[in-house]
Ligand binder design. Structure first.
Ligand code: FAD
Length: 320
């Protein structure tokens, strides 16, 4: 039995760091928590999790789970929550969780609170703080019933130290033949990159609409990111125009980042973009319009044409 199950996300090679941050929310809730990992060929991933302070690492390992098909994953997660009597199921705020956890919540008939930033207490009862209206307001949410599904915004919780005494790894047995079969895996599109992961990078350089085309985007945004050892992000306008791939998108409907340094290049500062960057420690904006809204949030601003300024900046950083 475990009061809480934390769903661990991985890329088959290693655990995705944001899901470790979700463990901290489980710790703050109190009581025992177990980590739940789904997939196929999970021995190394499971072994890497045993010192995270959980009561167990529960592994659902089967060829039927080789790809994260939401209907199957949700069914297995709901079965595991029921078997272990978990009252709370937690994942990190990610595309993976957005796809899978609402389905698991429906199967468990449990309410869901997404993007949890902190725990609160209202009249002696548990409540959750979460952003609303594209991050322009914070809501305090109370839920009814004793079972719930949460996602934790990784930037709001530190990753715990992995220094606890090793816990057991338990196999979760289920009947693969009983799983839903409504979704078929077709293909995986994956780009090999030496750049750090956008949600984990200490430096993020993002580009907006005036980057014009993929080549210019890569030369200027990618060039500055590489000079600084950072990750590359983009606005939705840049993604929609085909300058940058979809998984570069930062913002309300993209990724939420909180690097030490965020450089916004040719980005106006729409509320939906700011929702994804406002926890960054230092924001540098490069924009030719001195009245662009991004300057209201920026720590430092550079007013000018990015096509002239950024090559000079890259050169200066390279020269050290
Ligand atoms: C429901 C919804 C969800 C959304 N989700 C997201 C999201 O997750 N992420 C996101 O980013 N957007 C999102 N958007 C879109 C958002 O509203 C904006 O349209 C978008 O962020 C604008 O992108 P941009 O800043 O690249 O382009 P623009 O708003 O067109 O801004 C371009 C900026 O570049 C400057 N500029 C132009 N030329 C140069 C130059 N040569 N040198 C320097 N500066 C220059 C301009 O002054 C301007 O400020 C969402 C919108 C909706 C409705």
């Amino acid at each position: 039995m475990a009061a809480t199950l934390v769903l661990i996300e991985h890329d088959r090679q290693q655990v995705k760091r944001p899901s470790l941050h979700a463990i901290t929310l489980a710790r703050q809730l109190g009581g025992e928590y177990a980590l739940l990992v789904l997939g196929h060929g999970l021995d190394a991933i499971a072994a890497s999790l045993v010192s995270c302070g959980a009561s167990a690492v529960i592994v659902a390992d089967d060829a039927a789970l080789a790809e994260p098909l939401a209907d199957r994953y949700a069914a297995v997660i709901a079965q595991a929550a029921q078997k272990y009597g978990a009252k709370t199921l937690i994942g990190s705020s990610s595309t993976f969780s957005k796809d899978i956890l609402p389905r698991a919540a429906a199967l468990l008939d449990a309410p869901m609170v997404t993007d949890v930033l902190a725990l609160e207490e209202v009249n002696g009862e548990r409540a959750y703080r979460r952003p609303t209206s594209a991050g322009s307001m914070l809501a305090t949410v109370k839920i009814e019933g004793d079972r719930c599904v949460l996602t934790a915004r990784a930037t709001a919780f530190e990753a715990p130290a992995a220094d606890a005494a090793p816990c057991p790894i338990e196999r979760f047995d289920f009947d693969p033949a009983s799983l839903p079969n409504g979704m078929q895996f077709i293909s995986r599109e994956q780009r090999a990159s030496d750049r750090p992961d956008l949600t984990e990078a200490r430096v993020v350089v993002s580009g907006g609409r005036p980057l014009q085309d993929p080549e210019t985007f890569e030369r200027l945004v990618g060039g500055l990111a590489d000079a600084l050892g950072g990750a590359v992000g983009a606005t939705r306008a840049a993604v929609d125009a085909g300058m940058a791939p979809n998984d570069y998108q930062v913002g309300q409907t993209g990724k939420v980042v909180a690097p030490e340094l965020y450089i916004a290049m040719g980005i106006s500062g729409a509320i939906q973009h700011l929702a994804g960057i406002k926890d960054s420690r230092i924001i540098v904006a490069i924009n030719k319009d001195p009245d662009a809204p991004i300057f209201q949030m920026a720590t430092y601003g550079l007013v000018g044409d990015l096509h002239q300024l950024v090559p000079q900046l890259i050169e200066a950083v390279r020269r050290g």
